[in-house]
Design a binder for this molecule. Structure first.
Ligand code: NAG
Ligand code: NAG
Ligand code: NAG
Ligand code: NAG
Length: 282
């Protein structure tokens, strides 16, 4: 313990002997500090214009509190920040997006006028009837971005307090969507498939004590008896089920993906190989 330099008696004595010199050093240090602060303040003054605007934008970007809603509904709630105006006091009012899918001559125009008579609803009509907006996937996405960001001007455009915004899409205009071919990243394909698989395994594990039925798309397409099984599960009388859904992606799977050759190369020989042959043409 005596070896500890801080408790050593000699050391303490030396310290007090040097007290006057340490006071001198303190004074010098103070002067240096005051000079430093002064120089700093001059520098800050010169930077002021730039920093001010940066701080301002941070304040404006403060995120809105999620509203008091059920957890399952959270993904459907949005807080758009229009570029062309400010949502002002409704900045943090949640907005829901919708699309009316309909066939022509089915009364959807009348339905839309009913919706638009509500102060918080803005349904922007058949915006994709204008050819240039649906000319390719990127013009479609740009148009949708504008609408859902509340930056779209039309007779239906409401004020900054719009709480539901949408459009009408005629099902017979869906061919352009069908023509859109995704480019699938082959490096990420297997990891992504694995991730989806893990997710469904986890979900099944989570709900294993809950009554459930697993339904694969392939079952519904290829085996109509599956539908009877589902009706039994739901305890409803068996009926012949029909859907008026219009299938927009027609033709072989290989024609639906831009880089199909890459997909073949990536999946051949893996346990996902069967996905390559899953053609559900009817
Ligand atoms: C999409 O269409 C617009 C308008 O016709 C055009 O300006 C743009 O270059 C097209 N983009 C692509 C990726 O084809
Ligand atoms: C609906 O609009 C009114 C008037 O603009 C606004 O005061 C109200 O907060 C809006 N409601 C919602 C749910 O956004
Ligand atoms: C595929 O994704 C990886 C990882 O995100 C990326 O590094 C790579 O550039 C992508 N490849 C293509 C062809 O887009
Ligand atoms: C069709 O589904 C039923 C029950 O859902 C099953 O028992 C049967 O084996 C399936 N048939 C084929 C050909 O997959």
């Amino acid at each position: 313990m005596a070896d500890d330099p801080f408790l050593n008696k000699d050391n303490l004595m030396t310290k007090s002997a040097k007290k006057s010199s340490s006071v001198y050093r303190m004074v010098v240090l103070m002067i240096v500090m005051v000079c430093g602060v002064y120089i700093c303040s001059i520098c800050l003054k010169q930077l002021n214009f730039q920093t001010k605007s940066r701080f301002l934008s941070i304040v404006i970007d403060r995120p809105c509190e999620p509203p008091n809603i059920e957890e399952w509904e959270a993904p459907y709630v949005h807080f758009p920040g229009p570029q062309t105006y400010s949502r002002a006091e409704c900045r943090c009012n949640p907005v829901r997006y919708f699309a009316i899918l309909s066939m022509q001559r089915s009364g959807s125009g009348w339905f839309e006028t009913l919706l638009n008579s509500h102060i918080n609803i803005s349904s922007n009509g058949e915006i994709f009837s204008v050819k240039v907006r649906k000319s390719n996937a990127s013009t479609i996405l740009d148009t949708l971005d504008k609408i859902y960001n509340l930056d779209w001007y039309s007779s239906a455009a409401k004020n900054e307090c719009t709480a539901a915004v949408g459009l009408k899409w005629m099902l017979n205009q869906a061919e352009i969507l069908a023509r859109y071919k995704p480019f699938i990243n082959s490096t990420l394909l297997i990891p992504n498939l694995r991730q989806v698989e893990d997710m469904s395994t986890q979900a099944l594990e989570y709900f294993k004590s809950t009554r459930h039925i697993v339904v694969y798309y392939e079952d519904l397409v290829q085996n109509r008896t599956k539908l009877e099984e589902i009706q039994d599960f739901l305890r409803v009388p068996r009926r012949n089920l029909e859907s008026r859904q219009v299938k927009i992606h027609k033709g072989p799977l290989s024609e639906q993906v831009e880089n199909w050759k890459d997909m073949e190369k990536t999946l051949k020989g893996t346990k996902y190989e069967s996905f390559l042959y899953g053609d559900y043409r009817k």
